[in-house]
Design a binder for this molecule. Structure first.
Ligand code: SF4
Ligand code: SF4
Length: 289
């Protein structure tokens, strides 16, 4: 069952600033742990001045006095999936924003997490006009510099605008972006819906390993293809990328293709597998991508 916290409290408030919303939230999590509704609760706690993900446990329920909410975002649902894989018998609670909920839905339909094992407290955090599917107002990309705008891709660009470049210019602009990659795998590691045990991006038969930048554009296109029908547009990958590659725009494009072809909106439902949309009979007209 979902619980809804209506207001969005001040970022990074701590126990010293007890708004009623915070009190309610902490009390609720505390009660869940004491009652045994959940065995653990994944939320955030200040550690040495930094808001970090934290696992509150039923063994120490009063630690929930230190539970905070704020702008910090981590893939709590990915942590939940990893914990659930090792401990399928425990109940996991977690704090979810809209993007976390979309990611949870994806993990459910891909059988990476059992919804019966999860209880959520939803925070109505996202005042974005794209709240229904997409944008997070807390992750507006930084304005791009003039050189990047001239030779690369502005991270604030819409897909339609990026497609106005000629095919050749588009190719050169994307190659400029991809060649900056330092192959840190931050985009993959932070991604809440990247869950493969064996990753193609590290597979020597698919992509040459041992070089930086990685083989371009294949390194990025492999990931983009894998994100089709899976990326929930949370923006965490782009936020993590140390060289500002406009990854989110790339994955929006692949999701747009999936949406146009199959009318499938990633993360919007927990009861429809991307495979169901194919139905019994496939009659697709091939389209250029
Ligand atoms: S925006 Fe990036 S991190 Fe978020 S789901 Fe899509 S690929 Fe993963
Ligand atoms: S986070 Fe950026 S630099 Fe690191 S592997 Fe991903 S695209 Fe490359």
């Amino acid at each position: 069952m979902e619980e809804q916290i209506k207001e969005w409290p001040e970022p990074f408030s701590t126990t010293g600033d007890k708004t009623s919303t915070f009190d309610n939230l902490r009390d609720q999590v505390n009660a869940w742990l004491k009652e045994g509704k959940v065995d653990i609760f994944l939320g955030y706690k200040m550690v040495q001045g930094h808001p970090l993900p934290h696992c509150f446990t039923k063994e120490n329920p009063d630690e929930t006095d230190e539970l905070i909410v704020g702008k910090a975002r981590y893939s709590l649902e990915k942590m939940a999936a990893n914990i659930a894989a090792q401990r399928p018998e425990i109940k996991i609670g977690l704090l979810v924003r809209d993007c976390n909920q979309r990611a949870l839905n994806v993990l459910y339909v891909w059988n990476q997490l059992n919804p019966d094992q999860v209880e959520t407290i939803n925070i109505n955090c996202c005042p974005s006009r794209l709240k229904e599917h997409g944008d997070c107002s807390y992750l507006e990309p930084q304005p791009s510099g003039s050189y990047k705008k001239q030779v690369g891709i502005d991270n604030n660009m819409d897909v339609e605008v990026a497609e106005e470049f000629s095919q050749e210019e588009r190719f050169h602009r994307w190659m400029y972006e991809f060649e900056k990659c330092i192959k840190c795998y931050g985009c993959r590691n932070i991604c809440p819906v990247c869950f493969c045990q064996e990753c193609s991006m590290e597979h020597n038969d698919l992509i040459a390993t041992g070089t930086v930048p990685p083989e371009v554009p294949i390194f990025h296109l492999v990931r983009a293809v894998h994100m089709a029908g899976r990326c929930i547009d949370c923006g965490l990958c782009e936020d993590a990328c140390p060289v500002d590659i406009p990854l989110r725009l790339l994955y929006r494009k692949v999701n747009q293709v999936v949406s146009d072809m199959f009318d499938y909106k990633t993360g919007m439902r927990a009861d429809q597998s991307p495979f169901n949309i194919l139905g019994d009979e496939v009659t697709l007209e091939p389209k250029p991508i």
